[in-house]
Design a protein. Structure first.
Length: 638
Protein backbone atom coordinates (compact mmCIF):
# COMPACT_ATOMS: atom_id res chain seq x y z
CA UNK A 1 0.00 0.00 0.00
CA UNK A 2 1.21 3.51 -0.81
CA UNK A 3 0.07 6.56 1.14
CA UNK A 4 0.95 10.16 0.40
CA UNK A 5 -0.38 13.43 1.86
CA UNK A 6 -0.36 16.92 0.40
CA UNK A 7 -1.23 19.93 2.57
CA UNK A 8 -2.60 23.31 1.63
CA UNK A 9 -0.03 26.12 1.57
CA UNK A 10 0.14 28.57 4.43
CA UNK A 11 -0.38 32.30 4.01
CA UNK A 12 -0.12 34.71 6.99
CA UNK A 13 -1.27 38.28 7.31
CA UNK A 14 1.37 40.95 7.72
CA UNK A 15 1.17 42.90 10.99
CA UNK A 16 3.58 45.73 11.87
CA UNK A 17 3.95 47.65 15.14
CA UNK A 18 6.52 50.42 15.39
CA UNK A 19 7.23 51.27 19.02
CA UNK A 20 8.55 54.71 19.91
CA UNK A 21 11.59 53.15 21.43
CA UNK A 22 13.57 50.22 20.11
CA UNK A 23 14.22 48.94 23.63
CA UNK A 24 12.36 45.79 24.61
CA UNK A 25 10.19 46.45 27.66
CA UNK A 26 8.69 43.53 29.62
CA UNK A 27 5.25 44.48 28.33
CA UNK A 28 6.43 44.47 24.72
CA UNK A 29 8.18 41.14 25.15
CA UNK A 30 5.00 39.68 26.67
CA UNK A 31 2.91 40.91 23.71
CA UNK A 32 5.39 39.62 21.19
CA UNK A 33 5.46 36.18 22.83
CA UNK A 34 1.64 35.97 22.72
CA UNK A 35 1.61 36.91 19.02
CA UNK A 36 4.29 34.33 18.25
CA UNK A 37 2.29 31.57 19.96
CA UNK A 38 -0.90 32.60 18.13
CA UNK A 39 0.93 32.62 14.80
CA UNK A 40 2.32 29.13 15.34
CA UNK A 41 -1.08 27.79 16.40
CA UNK A 42 -2.64 29.41 13.34
CA UNK A 43 0.05 27.91 11.12
CA UNK A 44 -0.52 24.44 12.54
CA UNK A 45 -4.28 24.72 12.09
CA UNK A 46 -3.92 26.00 8.55
CA UNK A 47 -1.49 23.20 7.58
CA UNK A 48 -3.95 20.62 8.83
CA UNK A 49 -6.59 21.59 6.27
CA UNK A 50 -7.20 20.37 2.76
CA UNK A 51 -5.19 17.15 3.20
CA UNK A 52 -5.04 14.76 0.25
CA UNK A 53 -4.16 11.14 0.92
CA UNK A 54 -3.71 8.53 -1.82
CA UNK A 55 -3.77 4.82 -1.11
CA UNK A 56 -3.15 1.91 -3.50
CA UNK A 57 -3.94 -1.62 -2.35
CA UNK A 58 -4.07 -5.11 -3.83
CA UNK A 59 -0.63 -5.05 -5.50
CA UNK A 60 2.40 -6.51 -3.76
CA UNK A 61 5.60 -4.51 -3.58
CA UNK A 62 7.67 -4.85 -6.73
CA UNK A 63 7.98 -3.65 -10.33
CA UNK A 64 4.22 -3.51 -10.97
CA UNK A 65 3.53 -1.34 -7.94
CA UNK A 66 6.54 0.85 -8.75
CA UNK A 67 5.25 1.45 -12.27
CA UNK A 68 1.79 2.35 -10.96
CA UNK A 69 3.39 4.83 -8.56
CA UNK A 70 5.34 6.46 -11.40
CA UNK A 71 2.29 6.65 -13.68
CA UNK A 72 -0.40 7.87 -11.28
CA UNK A 73 -0.78 11.65 -11.67
CA UNK A 74 -2.77 12.15 -8.49
CA UNK A 75 -0.06 10.45 -6.45
CA UNK A 76 2.67 12.56 -8.09
CA UNK A 77 0.70 15.75 -7.42
CA UNK A 78 0.28 14.83 -3.77
CA UNK A 79 4.01 14.19 -3.40
CA UNK A 80 5.09 17.39 -5.15
CA UNK A 81 2.77 19.84 -3.46
CA UNK A 82 4.90 21.93 -1.10
CA UNK A 83 4.33 22.17 2.62
CA UNK A 84 4.94 25.27 4.70
CA UNK A 85 8.20 25.15 6.63
CA UNK A 86 7.21 26.06 10.22
CA UNK A 87 10.84 26.19 11.35
CA UNK A 88 11.56 28.93 8.79
CA UNK A 89 8.48 30.85 9.92
CA UNK A 90 9.56 30.60 13.57
CA UNK A 91 13.06 31.87 12.78
CA UNK A 92 11.63 34.84 10.85
CA UNK A 93 9.28 35.87 13.67
CA UNK A 94 11.92 35.48 16.41
CA UNK A 95 14.40 37.42 14.28
CA UNK A 96 11.95 40.31 13.98
CA UNK A 97 11.24 40.29 17.71
CA UNK A 98 14.95 40.57 18.51
CA UNK A 99 15.12 43.74 16.38
CA UNK A 100 12.61 45.47 18.70
CA UNK A 101 9.69 45.43 16.29
CA UNK A 102 6.78 43.09 15.73
CA UNK A 103 6.50 41.97 12.08
CA UNK A 104 4.87 38.67 11.12
CA UNK A 105 5.49 38.56 7.38
CA UNK A 106 3.72 36.36 4.92
CA UNK A 107 5.27 32.96 4.55
CA UNK A 108 7.33 32.38 1.42
CA UNK A 109 5.02 31.45 -1.46
CA UNK A 110 5.00 27.79 -2.45
CA UNK A 111 6.56 26.84 -5.77
CA UNK A 112 3.37 24.91 -6.52
CA UNK A 113 -0.12 26.04 -5.45
CA UNK A 114 -2.30 23.96 -3.14
CA UNK A 115 -4.45 21.34 -4.84
CA UNK A 116 -7.94 22.65 -5.48
CA UNK A 117 -11.04 20.47 -5.33
CA UNK A 118 -11.39 20.64 -9.12
CA UNK A 119 -7.77 19.55 -9.63
CA UNK A 120 -8.16 16.61 -7.26
CA UNK A 121 -11.34 15.45 -8.98
CA UNK A 122 -9.77 15.82 -12.45
CA UNK A 123 -6.70 13.79 -11.45
CA UNK A 124 -8.91 11.16 -9.85
CA UNK A 125 -10.92 10.76 -13.06
CA UNK A 126 -7.71 9.89 -14.95
CA UNK A 127 -6.47 7.38 -12.38
CA UNK A 128 -8.16 4.22 -13.71
CA UNK A 129 -6.76 4.64 -17.23
CA UNK A 130 -3.29 5.43 -15.84
CA UNK A 131 -3.32 2.30 -13.68
CA UNK A 132 -4.43 0.15 -16.63
CA UNK A 133 -1.62 1.56 -18.78
CA UNK A 134 0.91 1.01 -15.97
CA UNK A 135 0.12 -2.69 -15.49
CA UNK A 136 -0.28 -3.62 -19.18
CA UNK A 137 3.51 -3.93 -19.80
CA UNK A 138 3.52 -6.76 -17.24
CA UNK A 139 0.83 -8.74 -19.07
CA UNK A 140 -2.21 -7.68 -17.02
CA UNK A 141 -5.00 -6.57 -19.36
CA UNK A 142 -8.15 -7.52 -17.44
CA UNK A 143 -7.61 -5.96 -14.06
CA UNK A 144 -10.47 -4.86 -11.83
CA UNK A 145 -9.97 -1.41 -10.31
CA UNK A 146 -12.24 -0.14 -7.55
CA UNK A 147 -11.74 3.54 -6.85
CA UNK A 148 -13.29 6.10 -4.60
CA UNK A 149 -12.75 9.76 -3.70
CA UNK A 150 -14.15 11.02 -0.40
CA UNK A 151 -13.96 14.31 1.45
CA UNK A 152 -14.55 14.96 5.11
CA UNK A 153 -13.73 18.23 6.88
CA UNK A 154 -11.52 19.39 3.95
CA UNK A 155 -9.65 16.10 4.03
CA UNK A 156 -9.61 14.24 0.72
CA UNK A 157 -8.98 10.51 0.47
CA UNK A 158 -8.41 8.73 -2.84
CA UNK A 159 -8.54 4.92 -2.66
CA UNK A 160 -7.56 2.50 -5.44
CA UNK A 161 -8.05 -1.23 -4.90
CA UNK A 162 -6.48 -3.18 -7.76
CA UNK A 163 -7.15 -6.82 -8.64
CA UNK A 164 -4.63 -7.70 -11.36
CA UNK A 165 -6.37 -10.81 -12.64
CA UNK A 166 -4.70 -13.36 -14.92
CA UNK A 167 -1.43 -12.58 -16.67
CA UNK A 168 -1.38 -12.97 -20.46
CA UNK A 169 0.83 -15.78 -21.79
CA UNK A 170 2.82 -15.95 -25.03
CA UNK A 171 1.22 -18.40 -27.48
CA UNK A 172 3.25 -17.98 -30.68
CA UNK A 173 6.65 -16.48 -31.61
CA UNK A 174 7.81 -15.71 -35.18
CA UNK A 175 11.19 -14.02 -35.63
CA UNK A 176 12.80 -13.71 -39.09
CA UNK A 177 15.65 -11.76 -40.64
CA UNK A 178 15.31 -11.23 -44.39
CA UNK A 179 18.25 -10.53 -46.70
CA UNK A 180 21.95 -11.40 -46.63
CA UNK A 181 22.22 -10.90 -42.85
CA UNK A 182 20.17 -14.09 -42.37
CA UNK A 183 23.28 -16.23 -42.78
CA UNK A 184 25.52 -14.36 -40.33
CA UNK A 185 26.54 -16.44 -37.30
CA UNK A 186 25.69 -13.74 -34.75
CA UNK A 187 22.23 -13.31 -36.26
CA UNK A 188 21.59 -17.06 -36.26
CA UNK A 189 22.61 -17.23 -32.61
CA UNK A 190 20.27 -14.39 -31.66
CA UNK A 191 17.32 -16.03 -33.39
CA UNK A 192 18.11 -19.40 -31.80
CA UNK A 193 18.52 -18.00 -28.28
CA UNK A 194 15.35 -16.02 -27.68
CA UNK A 195 14.89 -14.50 -24.19
CA UNK A 196 11.27 -15.73 -24.12
CA UNK A 197 9.47 -18.96 -25.01
CA UNK A 198 5.98 -20.01 -25.94
CA UNK A 199 4.00 -20.42 -22.73
CA UNK A 200 5.95 -17.73 -20.82
CA UNK A 201 4.04 -15.01 -19.03
CA UNK A 202 4.09 -11.83 -21.09
CA UNK A 203 6.16 -8.82 -20.09
CA UNK A 204 6.93 -6.06 -22.58
CA UNK A 205 10.50 -5.26 -21.46
CA UNK A 206 12.22 -8.46 -22.73
CA UNK A 207 10.39 -8.08 -26.05
CA UNK A 208 11.45 -4.43 -26.47
CA UNK A 209 15.05 -5.15 -25.43
CA UNK A 210 15.34 -8.12 -27.82
CA UNK A 211 13.83 -6.15 -30.68
CA UNK A 212 16.46 -3.41 -30.21
CA UNK A 213 19.31 -5.89 -29.76
CA UNK A 214 18.44 -7.72 -32.99
CA UNK A 215 18.29 -4.47 -34.95
CA UNK A 216 21.57 -3.15 -33.48
CA UNK A 217 23.35 -6.43 -34.26
CA UNK A 218 22.35 -6.30 -37.92
CA UNK A 219 23.24 -2.60 -38.09
CA UNK A 220 26.72 -3.26 -36.63
CA UNK A 221 27.35 -5.84 -39.36
CA UNK A 222 27.13 -3.09 -41.99
CA UNK A 223 23.46 -3.33 -42.95
CA UNK A 224 22.75 0.35 -42.37
CA UNK A 225 19.51 0.28 -44.40
CA UNK A 226 17.99 -2.34 -42.12
CA UNK A 227 14.38 -1.81 -41.04
CA UNK A 228 11.52 -3.81 -39.58
CA UNK A 229 8.99 -4.87 -42.19
CA UNK A 230 6.81 -6.02 -39.32
CA UNK A 231 7.21 -5.71 -35.55
CA UNK A 232 4.11 -6.58 -33.60
CA UNK A 233 3.16 -7.66 -30.13
CA UNK A 234 -0.41 -8.86 -30.58
CA UNK A 235 -2.49 -9.31 -27.45
CA UNK A 236 -5.78 -11.25 -27.61
CA UNK A 237 -7.44 -10.16 -24.39
CA UNK A 238 -10.53 -12.31 -24.91
CA UNK A 239 -8.55 -15.55 -25.29
CA UNK A 240 -5.80 -14.52 -22.86
CA UNK A 241 -2.78 -15.02 -25.11
CA UNK A 242 -0.21 -12.99 -27.06
CA UNK A 243 1.80 -13.37 -30.27
CA UNK A 244 5.23 -11.92 -31.10
CA UNK A 245 6.03 -11.19 -34.75
CA UNK A 246 9.36 -9.69 -35.87
CA UNK A 247 10.36 -9.47 -39.55
CA UNK A 248 13.62 -7.55 -40.04
CA UNK A 249 14.72 -6.69 -43.58
CA UNK A 250 18.52 -6.25 -43.52
CA UNK A 251 18.93 -4.68 -46.96
CA UNK A 252 22.37 -4.43 -48.59
CA UNK A 253 25.64 -4.59 -46.69
CA UNK A 254 27.91 -1.53 -46.73
CA UNK A 255 31.67 -1.26 -46.23
CA UNK A 256 34.12 1.51 -45.49
CA UNK A 257 35.43 3.27 -48.56
CA UNK A 258 38.41 5.67 -48.70
CA UNK A 259 39.10 7.42 -45.37
CA UNK A 260 40.59 10.88 -45.72
CA UNK A 261 41.93 12.78 -42.70
CA UNK A 262 42.31 16.51 -43.27
CA UNK A 263 45.04 17.89 -41.00
CA UNK A 264 48.22 19.92 -41.37
CA UNK A 265 50.22 19.51 -38.14
CA UNK A 266 51.96 16.11 -38.50
CA UNK A 267 53.01 13.83 -41.32
CA UNK A 268 50.12 11.99 -42.99
CA UNK A 269 51.99 8.70 -42.63
CA UNK A 270 51.94 9.15 -38.87
CA UNK A 271 48.18 9.68 -38.74
CA UNK A 272 47.50 6.75 -41.08
CA UNK A 273 48.94 4.43 -38.43
CA UNK A 274 45.81 5.15 -36.39
CA UNK A 275 43.50 3.94 -39.15
CA UNK A 276 42.88 0.21 -38.71
CA UNK A 277 39.91 0.20 -41.10
CA UNK A 278 40.12 -1.11 -44.67
CA UNK A 279 37.77 -1.65 -47.60
CA UNK A 280 36.79 -5.07 -46.23
CA UNK A 281 35.62 -3.64 -42.92
CA UNK A 282 31.84 -3.57 -42.52
CA UNK A 283 30.54 -0.02 -42.08
CA UNK A 284 29.98 0.62 -38.40
CA UNK A 285 29.64 3.99 -36.70
CA UNK A 286 31.28 2.62 -33.56
CA UNK A 287 34.48 2.04 -35.54
CA UNK A 288 34.42 5.70 -36.59
CA UNK A 289 34.01 6.83 -33.01
CA UNK A 290 36.98 4.65 -32.00
CA UNK A 291 39.07 6.28 -34.73
CA UNK A 292 37.96 9.70 -33.60
CA UNK A 293 38.99 8.95 -30.02
CA UNK A 294 42.39 7.64 -31.15
CA UNK A 295 43.01 10.88 -33.03
CA UNK A 296 42.09 12.91 -29.95
CA UNK A 297 44.27 10.77 -27.66
CA UNK A 298 47.40 11.78 -29.58
CA UNK A 299 47.10 15.29 -28.16
CA UNK A 300 47.80 16.77 -31.60
CA UNK A 301 44.19 17.81 -32.23
CA UNK A 302 41.65 19.92 -30.33
CA UNK A 303 38.60 18.42 -32.06
CA UNK A 304 37.62 16.27 -35.02
CA UNK A 305 34.60 16.29 -37.31
CA UNK A 306 33.42 13.25 -39.29
CA UNK A 307 31.64 13.53 -42.64
CA UNK A 308 29.96 10.44 -44.19
CA UNK A 309 28.94 10.60 -47.85
CA UNK A 310 26.64 7.65 -48.44
CA UNK A 311 25.34 9.11 -51.70
CA UNK A 312 28.84 8.82 -53.17
CA UNK A 313 29.18 5.15 -52.24
CA UNK A 314 30.64 2.93 -54.95
CA UNK A 315 29.73 -0.77 -54.78
CA UNK A 316 28.41 -0.21 -51.22
CA UNK A 317 31.75 1.34 -50.10
CA UNK A 318 31.11 4.63 -48.28
CA UNK A 319 33.81 7.35 -48.32
CA UNK A 320 34.58 9.08 -45.02
CA UNK A 321 36.28 12.44 -44.42
CA UNK A 322 37.62 13.46 -41.00
CA UNK A 323 38.59 17.10 -40.45
CA UNK A 324 41.00 17.55 -37.51
CA UNK A 325 41.61 20.94 -35.88
CA UNK A 326 45.07 21.30 -34.29
CA UNK A 327 45.43 21.79 -30.55
CA UNK A 328 47.68 24.45 -29.03
CA UNK A 329 51.33 23.53 -29.30
CA UNK A 330 52.17 24.28 -25.67
CA UNK A 331 50.23 22.98 -22.68
CA UNK A 332 50.95 24.35 -19.21
CA UNK A 333 50.02 22.61 -15.98
CA UNK A 334 50.09 23.42 -12.29
CA UNK A 335 49.07 21.27 -9.34
CA UNK A 336 48.78 21.83 -5.61
CA UNK A 337 48.13 18.98 -3.21
CA UNK A 338 48.64 17.46 0.18
CA UNK A 339 49.42 13.91 1.24
CA UNK A 340 50.08 12.56 4.68
CA UNK A 341 53.11 10.72 3.23
CA UNK A 342 54.65 13.70 1.44
CA UNK A 343 53.06 16.71 3.12
CA UNK A 344 52.13 19.82 1.07
CA UNK A 345 53.32 19.68 -2.53
CA UNK A 346 53.23 21.78 -5.66
CA UNK A 347 53.90 20.84 -9.26
CA UNK A 348 54.58 22.77 -12.47
CA UNK A 349 54.92 21.53 -16.02
CA UNK A 350 54.99 22.43 -19.68
CA UNK A 351 54.37 20.09 -22.62
CA UNK A 352 55.31 20.80 -26.22
CA UNK A 353 52.84 18.56 -28.02
CA UNK A 354 54.47 18.88 -31.43
CA UNK A 355 58.19 19.58 -31.52
CA UNK A 356 58.17 18.74 -35.24
CA UNK A 357 55.96 17.27 -37.96
CA UNK A 358 56.91 13.75 -36.87
CA UNK A 359 54.86 14.13 -33.70
CA UNK A 360 57.74 14.23 -31.21
CA UNK A 361 56.92 15.90 -27.89
CA UNK A 362 58.94 17.34 -25.02
CA UNK A 363 57.81 17.60 -21.41
CA UNK A 364 59.46 19.52 -18.58
CA UNK A 365 58.14 19.16 -15.03
CA UNK A 366 58.96 19.78 -11.42
CA UNK A 367 57.36 18.64 -8.17
CA UNK A 368 58.30 20.08 -4.79
CA UNK A 369 57.57 18.88 -1.27
CA UNK A 370 59.40 18.69 2.04
CA UNK A 371 59.87 14.90 1.62
CA UNK A 372 60.32 14.25 -2.10
CA UNK A 373 61.17 16.68 -4.92
CA UNK A 374 61.77 16.10 -8.61
CA UNK A 375 62.98 17.98 -11.68
CA UNK A 376 62.55 16.05 -14.92
CA UNK A 377 62.64 16.21 -18.71
CA UNK A 378 61.28 13.66 -21.21
CA UNK A 379 61.51 13.55 -25.00
CA UNK A 380 59.02 11.16 -26.62
CA UNK A 381 59.04 9.75 -30.16
CA UNK A 382 55.83 7.94 -31.24
CA UNK A 383 56.25 4.44 -32.65
CA UNK A 384 53.85 1.61 -33.50
CA UNK A 385 50.44 2.57 -32.14
CA UNK A 386 51.42 6.21 -31.88
CA UNK A 387 49.17 7.23 -29.00
CA UNK A 388 50.24 4.32 -26.76
CA UNK A 389 53.68 3.21 -27.89
CA UNK A 390 56.78 5.38 -27.83
CA UNK A 391 60.54 5.64 -27.57
CA UNK A 392 61.45 7.85 -24.60
CA UNK A 393 64.60 9.66 -23.57
CA UNK A 394 64.54 11.03 -20.02
CA UNK A 395 66.59 12.79 -17.39
CA UNK A 396 65.70 13.38 -13.74
CA UNK A 397 67.01 14.91 -10.55
CA UNK A 398 65.30 13.55 -7.42
CA UNK A 399 65.81 14.57 -3.82
CA UNK A 400 64.46 12.62 -0.84
CA UNK A 401 64.56 13.38 2.86
CA UNK A 402 62.67 10.57 4.59
CA UNK A 403 63.11 9.65 8.25
CA UNK A 404 66.80 8.66 8.64
CA UNK A 405 67.64 8.82 4.95
CA UNK A 406 68.80 11.64 2.69
CA UNK A 407 69.54 11.11 -0.99
CA UNK A 408 70.03 13.00 -4.24
CA UNK A 409 69.60 11.06 -7.48
CA UNK A 410 70.85 12.04 -10.95
CA UNK A 411 69.58 9.77 -13.70
CA UNK A 412 69.22 9.60 -17.45
CA UNK A 413 68.12 6.86 -19.76
CA UNK A 414 65.92 5.58 -22.52
CA UNK A 415 62.83 3.36 -22.66
CA UNK A 416 60.52 1.70 -25.16
CA UNK A 417 56.83 1.53 -24.21
CA UNK A 418 54.85 -1.24 -25.91
CA UNK A 419 51.44 -2.87 -25.75
CA UNK A 420 51.92 -6.47 -24.61
CA UNK A 421 49.44 -9.20 -23.61
CA UNK A 422 46.63 -6.65 -23.20
CA UNK A 423 48.86 -4.78 -20.78
CA UNK A 424 51.71 -2.27 -20.92
CA UNK A 425 55.41 -3.15 -21.00
CA UNK A 426 58.36 -0.76 -20.59
CA UNK A 427 61.87 -1.86 -21.57
CA UNK A 428 64.43 0.56 -20.20
CA UNK A 429 68.06 1.23 -19.50
CA UNK A 430 68.97 3.83 -16.87
CA UNK A 431 72.23 5.31 -15.61
CA UNK A 432 71.97 6.42 -11.98
CA UNK A 433 74.28 8.29 -9.67
CA UNK A 434 72.89 8.57 -6.15
CA UNK A 435 74.48 10.38 -3.23
CA UNK A 436 73.03 9.24 0.08
CA UNK A 437 73.60 9.07 3.80
CA UNK A 438 72.02 7.69 6.96
CA UNK A 439 72.22 9.62 10.23
CA UNK A 440 75.58 9.28 11.99
CA UNK A 441 77.17 7.66 8.95
CA UNK A 442 79.50 8.83 6.19
CA UNK A 443 78.16 10.03 2.84
CA UNK A 444 78.12 7.44 0.09
CA UNK A 445 77.85 7.54 -3.71
CA UNK A 446 76.49 4.75 -5.88
CA UNK A 447 76.83 4.49 -9.66
CA UNK A 448 74.58 1.99 -11.41
CA UNK A 449 73.73 1.13 -15.02
CA UNK A 450 70.46 -0.77 -14.92
CA UNK A 451 68.57 -2.46 -17.75
CA UNK A 452 65.06 -3.46 -16.75
CA UNK A 453 61.46 -4.23 -17.63
CA UNK A 454 58.17 -3.27 -16.02
CA UNK A 455 54.80 -4.77 -16.89
CA UNK A 456 51.35 -3.59 -15.80
CA UNK A 457 47.93 -5.08 -16.41
CA UNK A 458 44.57 -3.82 -15.25
CA UNK A 459 41.00 -4.93 -15.84
CA UNK A 460 38.19 -2.94 -14.23
CA UNK A 461 34.56 -2.10 -14.86
CA UNK A 462 35.38 1.54 -14.06
CA UNK A 463 38.91 2.96 -14.12
CA UNK A 464 38.32 5.59 -11.41
CA UNK A 465 35.55 4.14 -9.24
CA UNK A 466 35.98 0.40 -9.58
CA UNK A 467 33.23 -1.96 -8.46
CA UNK A 468 34.88 -5.08 -9.82
CA UNK A 469 38.40 -5.55 -11.13
CA UNK A 470 42.00 -6.44 -10.52
CA UNK A 471 45.49 -5.25 -11.43
CA UNK A 472 48.99 -6.69 -11.54
CA UNK A 473 52.42 -5.10 -11.89
CA UNK A 474 55.98 -6.36 -11.99
CA UNK A 475 59.31 -4.51 -11.95
CA UNK A 476 62.57 -6.33 -12.62
CA UNK A 477 65.92 -4.61 -13.15
CA UNK A 478 69.51 -4.91 -12.07
CA UNK A 479 73.16 -4.41 -12.92
CA UNK A 480 76.50 -6.20 -13.23
CA UNK A 481 79.60 -4.86 -11.53
CA UNK A 482 81.73 -2.98 -14.06
CA UNK A 483 83.40 0.35 -14.66
CA UNK A 484 79.97 2.08 -14.61
CA UNK A 485 78.24 -0.15 -12.03
CA UNK A 486 79.55 -0.39 -8.46
CA UNK A 487 77.88 -3.64 -7.52
CA UNK A 488 75.97 -6.57 -9.01
CA UNK A 489 72.31 -6.96 -8.00
CA UNK A 490 68.88 -8.04 -9.19
CA UNK A 491 65.80 -6.15 -8.00
CA UNK A 492 62.32 -7.70 -8.36
CA UNK A 493 59.00 -6.46 -7.12
CA UNK A 494 55.48 -7.77 -7.90
CA UNK A 495 52.16 -6.48 -6.65
CA UNK A 496 48.51 -7.35 -7.10
CA UNK A 497 45.24 -5.68 -6.15
CA UNK A 498 41.63 -6.72 -6.46
CA UNK A 499 38.20 -5.22 -5.87
CA UNK A 500 35.31 -7.64 -5.31
CA UNK A 501 31.67 -6.49 -4.95
CA UNK A 502 29.91 -8.07 -1.97
CA UNK A 503 26.60 -6.38 -2.74
CA UNK A 504 25.47 -3.18 -4.44
CA UNK A 505 26.96 -1.02 -1.65
CA UNK A 506 29.78 -3.10 -0.18
CA UNK A 507 33.20 -4.01 -1.60
CA UNK A 508 36.13 -6.17 -0.53
CA UNK A 509 39.56 -4.73 -1.43
CA UNK A 510 42.74 -6.79 -1.22
CA UNK A 511 46.37 -5.88 -1.83
CA UNK A 512 49.64 -7.86 -1.81
CA UNK A 513 53.21 -6.62 -2.50
CA UNK A 514 56.26 -8.90 -2.62
CA UNK A 515 59.88 -7.90 -3.18
CA UNK A 516 63.30 -9.56 -3.36
CA UNK A 517 66.81 -8.18 -3.95
CA UNK A 518 69.63 -10.59 -4.80
CA UNK A 519 73.07 -9.14 -4.01
CA UNK A 520 76.21 -9.82 -2.00
CA UNK A 521 76.81 -6.12 -1.29
CA UNK A 522 73.59 -4.74 0.14
CA UNK A 523 75.42 -1.89 1.90
CA UNK A 524 76.54 -0.54 -1.48
CA UNK A 525 72.99 -0.20 -2.79
CA UNK A 526 71.44 3.29 -2.56
CA UNK A 527 68.09 3.83 -0.76
CA UNK A 528 66.18 3.98 -4.07
CA UNK A 529 67.17 0.35 -4.71
CA UNK A 530 66.11 -0.95 -1.26
CA UNK A 531 62.71 -1.88 0.13
CA UNK A 532 60.86 0.10 2.79
CA UNK A 533 57.32 -0.30 4.12
CA UNK A 534 54.83 1.96 5.87
CA UNK A 535 52.52 4.75 4.75
CA UNK A 536 49.11 5.27 3.21
CA UNK A 537 49.72 2.86 0.30
CA UNK A 538 51.62 0.29 2.36
CA UNK A 539 51.05 -0.34 6.08
CA UNK A 540 48.80 2.35 7.50
CA UNK A 541 49.43 3.32 11.10
CA UNK A 542 53.13 3.83 10.35
CA UNK A 543 54.98 6.76 8.80
CA UNK A 544 55.95 6.76 5.14
CA UNK A 545 58.83 4.25 4.63
CA UNK A 546 59.18 3.88 8.41
CA UNK A 547 59.41 0.08 8.41
CA UNK A 548 62.78 -1.51 7.58
CA UNK A 549 65.93 -3.06 9.01
CA UNK A 550 67.57 -1.01 11.80
CA UNK A 551 71.39 -0.83 11.86
CA UNK A 552 73.71 -0.50 14.86
CA UNK A 553 73.24 3.29 14.88
CA UNK A 554 69.46 2.89 15.19
CA UNK A 555 68.80 4.04 11.62
CA UNK A 556 66.27 2.50 9.26
CA UNK A 557 68.30 1.24 6.27
CA UNK A 558 65.57 -0.70 4.45
CA UNK A 559 65.67 -4.34 3.44
CA UNK A 560 66.27 -7.01 0.79
CA UNK A 561 62.90 -8.69 1.38
CA UNK A 562 59.47 -7.04 1.27
CA UNK A 563 55.99 -8.28 2.16
CA UNK A 564 52.98 -6.01 2.61
CA UNK A 565 49.31 -6.97 2.52
CA UNK A 566 45.95 -5.38 3.17
CA UNK A 567 42.31 -6.43 3.51
CA UNK A 568 39.60 -3.75 3.49
CA UNK A 569 35.81 -3.60 3.41
CA UNK A 570 34.05 -0.37 2.49
CA UNK A 571 30.35 0.42 2.48
CA UNK A 572 28.37 3.28 0.93
CA UNK A 573 26.24 4.76 3.69
CA UNK A 574 24.48 7.58 1.83
CA UNK A 575 24.80 8.68 -1.79
CA UNK A 576 28.58 8.96 -2.44
CA UNK A 577 29.59 8.90 1.24
CA UNK A 578 30.85 5.74 2.88
CA UNK A 579 32.99 4.16 5.59
CA UNK A 580 35.66 1.46 5.69
CA UNK A 581 37.44 -0.90 8.06
CA UNK A 582 40.83 -2.38 7.21
CA UNK A 583 43.73 -4.52 8.41
CA UNK A 584 47.29 -4.01 7.11
CA UNK A 585 50.51 -5.94 7.73
CA UNK A 586 54.03 -5.84 6.33
CA UNK A 587 57.77 -5.80 6.86
CA UNK A 588 61.05 -5.05 5.05
CA UNK A 589 64.14 -6.95 6.29
CA UNK A 590 67.66 -7.92 5.30
CA UNK A 591 67.12 -11.59 6.09
CA UNK A 592 64.11 -13.75 5.24
CA UNK A 593 62.88 -13.84 8.87
CA UNK A 594 59.94 -11.45 8.63
CA UNK A 595 58.37 -9.82 11.66
CA UNK A 596 55.14 -8.44 10.24
CA UNK A 597 54.04 -5.06 11.60
CA UNK A 598 50.25 -5.02 11.86
CA UNK A 599 47.68 -2.25 12.04
CA UNK A 600 43.92 -1.86 12.18
CA UNK A 601 41.80 1.14 11.34
CA UNK A 602 38.64 2.79 10.11
CA UNK A 603 38.15 5.33 7.38
CA UNK A 604 35.86 7.77 5.61
CA UNK A 605 35.18 7.39 1.87
CA UNK A 606 33.80 9.78 -0.76
CA UNK A 607 33.24 8.87 -4.42
CA UNK A 608 34.47 11.92 -6.35
CA UNK A 609 34.94 12.68 -10.04
CA UNK A 610 38.71 12.14 -9.69
CA UNK A 611 38.46 8.85 -7.81
CA UNK A 612 37.91 7.75 -4.24
CA UNK A 613 38.83 10.22 -1.50
CA UNK A 614 40.07 8.30 1.54
CA UNK A 615 40.58 9.58 5.08
CA UNK A 616 41.92 6.77 7.27
CA UNK A 617 42.70 6.51 10.97
CA UNK A 618 45.02 3.57 11.70
CA UNK A 619 46.48 2.19 14.93
CA UNK A 620 49.62 0.01 14.97
CA UNK A 621 48.81 -3.19 16.88
CA UNK A 622 52.49 -3.85 17.69
CA UNK A 623 52.68 -0.74 19.88
CA UNK A 624 49.48 -0.20 21.92
CA UNK A 625 50.87 3.08 23.27
CA UNK A 626 51.17 4.59 19.79
CA UNK A 627 48.50 7.13 18.83
CA UNK A 628 46.19 6.88 15.86
CA UNK A 629 47.81 7.96 12.61
CA UNK A 630 45.95 9.89 9.90
CA UNK A 631 46.34 8.95 6.21
CA UNK A 632 44.72 10.89 3.34
CA UNK A 633 44.78 9.70 -0.28
CA UNK A 634 42.89 10.38 -3.50
CA UNK A 635 42.67 8.32 -6.66
CA UNK A 636 41.61 4.98 -8.16
CA UNK A 637 41.70 1.76 -6.13
CA UNK A 638 43.64 -0.17 -8.78
Amino acid sequence: MIRCEAKKSLTLMKLSISPKSTSLTPKLIYCQAIVLVLLLISAQMTCATNILSVEISGVVKGEVLDNISKSLSILAAAKQTNKTDLSTLTDQVIGNLRKGRLVAGAAKPNNKPALSAQTIQRLHSRAQKEIEQAIAPFGFYQATIKQSLNIKADQWQALYAVELGLQIKIQTIAVKVLGAATYKATVKTLIAELPFEEGDKLTHQPYSAYKKRLFDTVLDLGYIDAKYAKSELRVDIKNQHASIILDLDSGSKYFFGPIKIKQSVVEDALVKKLVIINDETAFNTDRLIELQLRLMDTGYFANTEISIDKESAVSQHIPVTITATPSKTLKYSMSVGFGTDTGPRVGLGVLNRRVNSYGHNLQLSTRLSSVESNLGAQYKIPIGSINKESLDFFSNIDKENINDTESVQYSLGSAVNKNLWDGRARFSIRLLQEQFSFDNEFDQTANLLMPGITFTYKKADNALLTRKGYSFSANIHGGLESSVTDTSFLYSNVSGRSVIPLNNKMRLLKRLDLGLIVTDDFDDLPPSERFFAGGGQSVRGYDYKDIGEVNSFGNNIGGKYLVTMSVEIDYLLWKNYGAAVFFDAGDATIDSQLDLKKSFGVGFRYRSAIGMIRVDFAHPLDDPNENLRLHISIGPDL
